[in-house]
Write a protein that binds this ligand. Structure first.
Ligand code: KG4
Ligand code: ZN
Length: 334
């Protein structure tokens, strides 16, 4: 069993995991705290992680009915994310590992999202094409092994989650914007307001969402559509652009299986559109279970299972990093 800790953004998370079995998964969201600022305030996030981390870890151990002594290792997200927020998790994990005389595993947050696909009764194992859509990243990954992938497409500007968050702000909806837009869109007509499909005319597998946000601002100013119709049309435009590039990536790689992960993967209309794409192309599509789409520590524990734990005192060298190391191939290991 592994105790995993995740504090890369605005969720303080801890989980106890053994392979694909999740014994506990505690997520303490700071969304309400950041909501009045319309987005995550890094300094507030770090301070709140500091206040919450030990009680969240305690709750994860209690929910799983395990003691620190029962664990094989401690795992923690080292990056990418907000460095101050990550540092809280990394320091806490080092302290638990030292106190309990356990080794430590540093996990990359993106590898964690990919590993969320293994947290199911029927785990989805590599190789597969993966669409990773979160608040910080929009990536198409050629996943060749556990904790091993190649980036074949990425957003050149905003991430898909950011497109939802910034769009929500324009629509006067609360943070986080994805669930708020999805809820409002449920009563709207997605065909009511035409939006361009971002990057439709461009070659390659990269995404761009900044133009859509500008298009929304213009339409809100110029067109008298009902808010639900505007939200549904905007959501449909984000989904259409994700589906377009994913289809092109399936074509380019010849992949027969597609995984979908990250906070935006919780969106029901994206899931439905990708399922339809899979049916049309004869590709098996698997989205992470909704509870493992948004940030959580269970996925970090799942990714840690494939990495080599580091013993004391070497694990003191593990450091937080802000940016993803998205080279040609990204594989993690210390
Ligand atoms: O993976 P995640 O929890 O954190 C990051 O690693 O960034 O993703 C958070 C993002 C936010 O931008 C949020 O608005 C979006 O995921 N999101 C959604 C939905 N739920 C969360 N976007 C669209 N529809 C949703 N239901
Ligand atoms: Zn994430």
């Amino acid at each position: 069993m592994i105790l995993a800790i995740e504090t890369s953004c605005d969720e303080t998370c801890a989980a106890v995991v053994d392979g694909s079995t999740v014994y506990s998964n505690v997520v303490s969201s700071q969304a309400l705290l950041h909501g009045r600022f319309g987005g995550v305030v890094p300094e507030i996030a770090s301070r709140r992680h500091l206040e919450l981390v030990s009680s969240v870890v305690r709750a994860a151990l209690d929910d799983a009915s395990v003691r620190l002594a029962d664990l094989r290792a401690i795992a923690v997200t080292a990056g990418p994310g907000l460095v101050g927020a990550l540092l809280v998790g990394v320091a806490a994990a080092k302290a638990y590992a030292y106190a309990a005389a356990k080794p430590l595993v540093a996990v990359d947050h993106l590898h964690g999202h990919v590993a969320s696909l293994s947290l199911d009764e029927e785990p989805f194992e590599p190789p597969f094409l993966c669409l990773l859509v979160s608040g910080g990243h929009t990536l198409l990954l050629d996943v060749t092994g556990p904790s091993r992938f190649t980036v074949i497409g990425r957003s050149l500007d905003d991430a898909a989650g950011e497109a939802f968050d910034k769009g929500a702000r324009l629509l006067g909806l609360p943070y986080p914007g994805g669930p708020a837009i999805e809820q409002l869109a449920a009563d709207g007509d997605p065909g009511c307001v035409p939006f361009p499909v971002a990057m439709a005319g461009r070659r390659g597998l990269d995404f761009s969402f900044a133009g859509l946000k500008t298009a929304l601002a213009t339409r809100l100013r110029d067109q008298a559509a009902a808010p639900a119709d505007m939200a549904a049309s905007y959501q449909a435009a984000v989904v259409a652009s994700l589906v377009l590039r994913t289809e092109q990536a399936l074509e380019a790689t010849g992949a027969r299986r597609l995984g979908v992960v990250g906070g935006v993967a919780a969106n029901a209309s994206l899931r439905a559109a990708l399922n339809r794409l899979g049916e049309r192309r004869g590709v098996a599509v698997k989205a992470a279970l909704p509870r493992y789409c948004g940030d959580n520590a269970a996925m970090i524990g799942a990714a840690a299972a494939h990495l080599v734990p580091v013993e004391f005192p070497d694990f003191l060298q593990i450091d937080a990093y802000a940016r993803a190391a998205l080279g040609v191939e990204s594989s993690v290991g210390w």
